[in-house]
Ligand binder design. Structure first.
Ligand code: UDP
Length: 442
């Protein structure tokens, strides 16, 4: 008798248009595809992911909107996401209607910042699930910030004090944004904390990393919360870089001694002042350590000379190598890399922990400050550099991590955490089981 092939159930995934959000969403897409689902990725023209050979198993559709391309840069992430949500509210509903003509949809999984999805999904009575690409603690912090703001505003809070029940987060570590006013951040956060009709929340984190925040969320949201990360370790991560990765830095790393290089990268949107870049270069120089530094085009502000000239001025030593964008996961996995100077975006944090690489934390905005606090005070695998960035502070932090016994201890702790994270995504590991439990609900 002819065997009928089981039809794959279709999932629609809606990533937010930012590198740090696209990566985990596409890693999730890959994990779900391996479990037998068909994947449709619905994205806007902003930070558009090209269906490369790595992603050719997925269908890509565009959510129509009429925003000017310059909005992404000019408005800053907060105001941009609020505007995007207003713009896509109706068009996503229409897009979903068209997709449903051809095929049933088992579930729509959307980035917490693409909250306009919820209204469209409700109209068609489709199951919907939120993917949080930030930490569980960042999610809790957004809740707390909205509550504090509603009560008395935030102006009178003492920045250095600890937020009750949120150790080690201080008021100044709450996820405010340098790109937007407090009002704007709170408006955005209210929407991301609102669970609406979502049947569950999946989070790119590991239970053992943030147990108290995870339990807090479970209580507050009152729907299942599944910690299923680190997603980049759960599957062989597809290539989803929006910028071209410069592979020559791997060749350069191949020529360096084991555990001798500090890798420096501030993620996909953080900016640095020219003055800070020069202090950093000078501190690295006097630390006598080898370094690989990612400087994205357009990421240095206040420069009177071109970036090209600035770089020539900075790198007066052959101990340094500079690229515009690196294959970061490969870099962190390289045996020559000893430490990571990072802005502490959540993906960078997980990628570093996953390779047992201790960090120098220089957070700028959003959830980065909370991640840095956890790295320094909870997991004890990071040193935070606060205040004005000066040559001496750079030199001191680099030496503490690369040379001193303190750095050795952090390295040992980081390696032990790496093993825990590896175990969590193996069969019977906490994240592995959590993903299986989630899939059973589909
Ligand atoms: N990344 C990369 N090459 C680089 C710098 C960053 O591939 O040179 C990747 C990195 O691996 C991570 C993402 O970009 O997956 C940045 O996400 P994160 O959450 O760390 O920071 P964000 O860019 O959102 O601030």
């Amino acid at each position: 008798m002819e065997k009928k092939l089981a039809r794959r159930r279709r999932l629609v995934l809606v990533p937010a248009p930012a590198q740090g959000h696209i990566n985990p969403m596409m890693q999730l897409a890959k994990a779900l595809h391996l479990k037998g689902f068909s994947i449709t990725v619905a994205q806007t023209k902003f930070n558009y992911l090209n269906p490369s050979s790595d992603l050719s198993d997925f269908q890509f559709v565009t959510i129509p909107e009429n925003l000017p391309v310059s909005d992404l840069k000019n408005l800053g992430p907060g105001r941009f996401l609020i505007k995007l949500a207003k713009e896509c509210y109706v068009s996503f509903k229409e897009l979903l209607g068209q997709l449903l003509v051809n095929e049933e949809i088992a579930c729509v999984i959307y980035d917490e910042f693409m909250y306009f999805v919820e209204a469209a999904v409700e109209e068609f009575k489709l199951r919907n699930v939120i993917l949080s690409t930030t930490s569980a603690t960042a999610f809790v912090c957004r809740f707390v910030m909205c509550k504090l703001y509603a009560k008395d505003g935030l102006a009178q809070l003492k920045e250095e004090e600890l937020v009750p029940e949120l150790y080690p987060i201080r008021y100044k570590d709450l996820p405010s944004s340098v790109f937007a006013s407090v009002e704007c951040s709170v408006e955005l956060f209210k929407n991301t904390c609102y669970k609406g009709t979502a049947s569950s929340v999946i989070i790119n984190t590991v239970r053992c990393l943030e147990i108290s925040s995870f339990e807090w969320l479970q209580r507050e949201l009152d729907i299942p919360v599944y910690p299923i990360g680190p997603l980049h370790m759960a599957v062989s991560a597809p290539r989803t870089s929006l910028l071209e990765e410069n592979e020559s830095c791997i060749e350069w790393l191949n020529k360096q001694k084991p555990s001798s290089v500090i890798y420096i990268s501030l993620g996909s949107f953080t900016m640095m002042e020219t003055k800070e870049v020069l202090e950093m270069a000078s501190g690295l120089d006097s630390s006598n350590q080898h370094f690989l530094w990612v400087i994205r085009p357009g990421s240095v502000s206040g420069s009177e000379i071109s970036e090209e000239e600035l770089l020539k001025k900075m790198v007066t030593t052959d101990r340094g190598y500079i690229v515009k964008w690196a294959p970061q996961k490969q870099v962190l996995a390289h045996s020559a890399v000893r430490a990571f100077w990072s802005h502490c975006g959540w993906n960078s944090t997980l990628e570093s922990l996953g390779e047992g690489v201790p960090m120098i934390c220089r957070p700028f905005t959003t959830d980065q400050k909370g991640n840095a606090r956890y790295l320094e005070c909870v997991w004890k695998v990071g040193i935070q550099v606060e205040g004005k960035l000066e040559r001496s502070a750079v030199e001191k932090a680099v030496k503490r991590l690369m040379v001193d016994e303190e750095g050795e201890e952090m390295k040992r702790r980081a390696l032990s955490l790496k093993e825990k994270l590896k175990d969590s995504v193996l069969a019977q590991g906490s994240s592995h089981n959590s993903l299986d439990d989630f899939i059973k609900t589909l």
